[in-house]
Design a protein around this ligand. Sequence first.
Ligand code: BG6
Ligand code: GLC
Length: 883
Amino acid sequence: MDSIGSSGLRQGEETLSCSEEGLPGPSDSSELVQECLQQFKVTRAQLQQIQASLLGSMEQALRGQASPAPAVRMLPTYVGSTPHGTEQGDFVVLELGATGASLRVLWVTLTGIEGHRVEPRSQEFVIPQEVMLGAGQQSTLISWTKGFRCSGVEGQDVVQLLRDAIRRQGAYNIDVVAVVNDTVGTMMGCEPGVRPCEVGLVVDTGTNACYMEEARHVAVLDEDRGRVCVSVEWGSFSDDGALGPVLTTFDHTLDHESLNPGAQRFEKMIGGLYLGELVRLVLAHLARCGVLFGGCTSPALLSQGSILLEHVAEMEDPSTGAARVHAILQDLGLSPGASDVELVQHVCAAVCTRAAQLCAAALAAVLSCLQHSREQQTLQVAVATGGRVCERHPRFCSVLQGTVMLLAPECDVSLIPSVDGGGRGVAMVTAVAARLAAHRRLLEETLAPFRLNHDQLAAVQAQMRKAMAKGLRGEASSLRMLPTFVRATPDGSERGDFLALDLGGTNFRVLLVRVTTGVQITSEIYSIPETVAQGSGQQLFDHIVDCIVDFQQKQGLSGQSLPLGFTFSFPCRQLGLDQGILLNWTKGFKASDCEGQDVVSLLREAITRRQAVELNVVAIVNDTVGTMMSCGYEDPRCEIGLIVGTGTNACYMEELRNVAGVPGDSGRMCINMEWGAFGDDGSLAMLSTRFDASVDQASINPGKQRFEKMISGMYLGEIVRHILLHLTSLGVLFRGQQIQRLQTRDIFKTKFLSEIESDSLALRQVRAILEDLGLPLTSDDALMVLEVCQAVSQRAAQLCGAGVAAVVEKIRENRGLEELAVSVGVDGTLYKLHPRFSSLVAATVRELAPRCVVTFLQSEDGSGKGAALVTAVACRLAQLTRV
Ligand code: BG6
Ligand code: GLC
């Protein structure tokens, strides 16, 4: 019987066989040694070539390119996220060892508390009784890890068998949840730290790595969002061009004598199964050449598999010392001399250093791939390492790290040894999957009220129609339907220089508009500080006049009394073109003593106070009207004005006969709908969410402008912020940490929605914006924030579309037409900057008003031009009546 020595080697039966050709002289032997060890030296250029070739194969495999067949497989796993650290629960993990001979059962408890780890309990072969769940315990999830190249199909079958077996037993309440590659388990088991752990590296019997790739780069998935863990399967890498120059005669022999000649060439230079064998082949060669062991070999030295990874690791370990090397060699039936011990250590070092360097080239390729797909200049990442080579070899990881730094200098990598093999990581895979599913459910529940269906939108359209009719008849309605006294669009014969003011949007502007055969505009933007917008009315109007005086001076217009058109973007009851009673402030304005006053008089009084100027205020127009007129100058079919900016509103040409309170039955008049107030009578209550209620309550006009608060730029960012706060309180976002800055009102600007949604795939903007706000963001968070923004802006655009559909249908019916072709002049930052808003509005209008062909024209010159044109028309008409 063989006896197994303490080092695992056979003892006793070996007999030495020695070279009969005489031993080489000292200089010959040193040459032979050099020649042998030199073969294992890999240059930086060779490593770079392997890195580049591997990267090329990885990208080719990701793209799904079949021919020529890529040298690595890049298998997507169904792991879509890395741990947050909040995962908790009890999990059973079955680990089938590399040989399939041993089954380890682990009971893993995740506490969900940072830094608080419970050691997993494990047992070989026997399923412990505590797996049986008692009353009150949650269902337990089982995960399955195969130590070695687990194939998906086999895995599925095994899972089914396991499920059947568990069902037959009847006594257990266990669900089989995941089949996990060991690299994935290693990555997932990494404790969440400062940098994200998004790469798992295993160097055990074989070698492989996985990393988190952007799902959109993985062609086979057909998925454009989120991330997925990809198993590289780099062991099979075998590019002759790149690997050929580093293959030694020993590699060829090893491959030739292996069970799978020609396959897994890369793995055969790195994996623990092969390192001992390479050392053995070199030692046997040197012994045969007479350089080692006095030219003697032993049967053990000549037998495949007699030197194991553990021996190599021990022989190289300076702490175990030469005596241990001696003992190991003796166990092999050899009689080493003092110089033999040193040389054997050199051989071990050469073989293992090369392995670590090759592994580093492969890891560098993965890091480059990660960096490319994240489009980042520099990458900070943690790599979880596992497997016996990483764990037991004294220098493997330090050589690996040093070489990676040389090959991928732009990546800042820290290697984190896996704590308890793959077990915890596999439990984590199921825990993360459970967390993602729970979070998705909560996200869907939260966003469900924002997803409006056709019937809901049609109901909004119908209610809007009712409210329009009531408002026009002068009955109580949330739509005021204010007559504007604008009856005609310009006919092109208007001429002259006009001043215009544009107050109520993002910018306050003063403009000089020259109308000849075309229109020329010179303008200046002035700020209205919040203290002025919310101070006294006198202060506000004095400030406006100051700005006009400044503008006149700059333009050399001082002393001239040009006709002035005033775009005043607030609800006014007009008694004529130049008389408008401010009904109430909207948006951020709240200047005192203005509501109920004629705005033109307030302006004239301020002019009188300033004495130095003379101004001739001819017309006051809403921004919707200014926009309609401005676009109408280019396209006579433009009979609707729409604003989706800080606020939202629309105007359109209504038949005079339908407008109560304005004399005359023929012709048309432009009606300022003030649709921002739609729903202030409670008619939108069924669509209002808790977030709308919070935004409304915190605004300066609670209960007012309910439609506007669901649509316009002043409020969408706030709605998103309230949803993010809610999701954080549910633990769905930002790992459930309440973040002070998110409590700050208006911190999430509506322009962020436009920026975030313009970049829906790479999510770079989401990250940049939220990191700027000091919000700690994971990639799952980024995706969820994007989905929140999309839900909020989509609802806004659809509600706006329902409003436009109501207006165009009204015009069509007014005119008794089967079909109506009409244009809408549009302005406002939200409409103009948001990537999908305009197309969503148009799509909703097509759906709800199929008999109208509606063209949307974006106003390029702002509504000041329209105000000047209204003034010009008024001046033309006044001249006509004077003649
Ligand atoms: C401008 C118009 O272009 O758009 C203003 O000139 C209008 O009259 C404004 O009020 C609306 O958009 P916002 O985003 O500035 O409120
Ligand atoms: C607010 C104003 C309205 C204006 C709209 C767009 O709703 O009340 O008059 O047209 O904002 O600026």
